[in-house]
Design a protein around this ligand. Structure first.
Ligand SMILES: [Zn+2]
Length: 361
């Protein structure tokens, strides 16, 4: 991939999953310590086992299965959650990310659907949130980066009471508002929605979040249709869309996105790898966004699987799809405007980027 020299230095990232951003070396070390057999003989082998190349896309289900390889090492481990959060601060700062909103489904790392530890000593969902925030607090100081948490609800999870999870997640968003948690999210395979009996209840959770002043983002139009995008906007009252590519399939939906400046968190490499969009569709989506002055940003989503940094993502869309460094700066300014920070902090972030880039939106 050709490297572009005049990329913006300071960056904002709005869509990255904590468990999708772990270091293979940390997972391998923890597995060794705990006597968990990952079926590999080194951290590098583990890295290769998790990695999916952008030119060999899979499907979202297979992509999500990669998490099953390494999350058992993290589940219920408070110290590990603090450590991976801290390490993400270091990794983000190394790529000159100045502000990042990191997603986390606390129940997935606590292995409980009941809001309390399933085994003695295992972290509860609340403790997972506390530890993630603790890791960020330590990392922010050491690496001069600002990190905030978005708590993720899951669309489906066989055998788990996920609507209970979502209600507990909303409670955690309220409890930790102003202390590092800035919003709520919904993730998972959109194509399972029709067989998901909790679907309507999730809409209710998001409407309640809106009433309580919790910012909302929804994975929609990733591997699902433009109807899902409409539902996220009209029923779930989202402030931003995770991915949102398939809004492009319907002229009216895309028109509304442009007109209302609904922000799309685009994750170019990950969306190709998950088979949510083809490389050609990705090109069409990004170029349409730029041509129509839509509000979008660029993120890595799950860098442990894609193997990409945010700088890699920028290089990819510039060299492959003809976007310019100017488009990337615009995307970062849009990200600053769409951040879930309090207005004054958002304005300061925006002003700093404007100064560095020598531009305004
Ligand atoms: Zn995502």
């Amino acid at each position: 991939m050709a490297l572009v020299s005049n990329l913006p230095k300071s960056k904002v990232e709005l869509h990255i999953h904590l468990d999708g951003a772990v270091r293979p070396s940390t997972i391998y070390e923890l597995a060794q310590k705990k006597g968990i057999d990952l079926g590999v003989k080194s951290a590098d082998e583990l890295k290769q086992l998790i990695y999916i190349a952008v030119d060999s896309p899979v499907c979202l289900t297979r992509f999500l299965q990669k998490f099953a390889i390494f999350t058992p090492v993290l589940i219920g481990d408070q110290e590990a959650v603090e450590r991976i959060s801290y390490e993400l601060c270091e990794d983000s700062a190394r790529d000159n990310i100045v502000y990042s909103e990191v997603r986390l489904c606390p129940h997935l790392l606590s292995d409980t659907s009941e809001g309390r530890a399933s085994k003695e000593g295992m972290a509860t969902p609340r403790e997972v949130v506390v530890q993630a925030l603790r890791g960020f607090e330590r990392g922010e100081k050491d690496f001069n980066v600002k990190m905030r948490l978005i708590l993720t609800c899951m669309r489906h999870k066989p055998g788990r009471n996920i609507i209970k999870w979502s209600q507990e997640i909303l409670d955690l968003c309220i409890e930790f508002k102003g202390q590092g948690v800035v919003g709520i999210d919904l993730a998972g395979d959109e194509n399972m929605t029709e067989v998901d009996p909790t679907h309507v209840q999730h809409i209710a959770v998001f409407q309640e979040a809106a009433k309580l002043g919790i910012k909302r983002t929804v994975h929609a139009g990733e591997n699902g249709t433009s109807a899902n995008v409409l539902e996220a906007m009209d029923d779930m009252l989202c402030d931003r869309l995770g991915h949102g590519y398939h809004a492009l399939d319907c002229k009216d939906v895309f028109g509304r996105i442009v007109q209302t400046q609904m922000h799309l968190e685009m994750c170019p490499i990950s969306s190709i790898i998950t088979g949510s969009v083809t490389a050609d569709f990705e090109e069409h989506a990004l170029q349409s966004m730029v041509a129509n002055k839509a509000s979008f940003s660029v993120s890595t989503d799950d860098p442990v699987i894609t193997g990409s940094t945010l700088t890699d993502e920028y290089n990819f869309i510039i060299s492959k799809y003809g976007l310019t460094p100017q488009d990337i700066m615009t995307a970062n300014l849009h990200a600053a405007k769409a951040a879930f920070l309090p207005e004054a902090e958002k304005a300061a972030l925006y002003a700093n980027l404007c100064e560095e880039y020598g531009m305004k939106l």
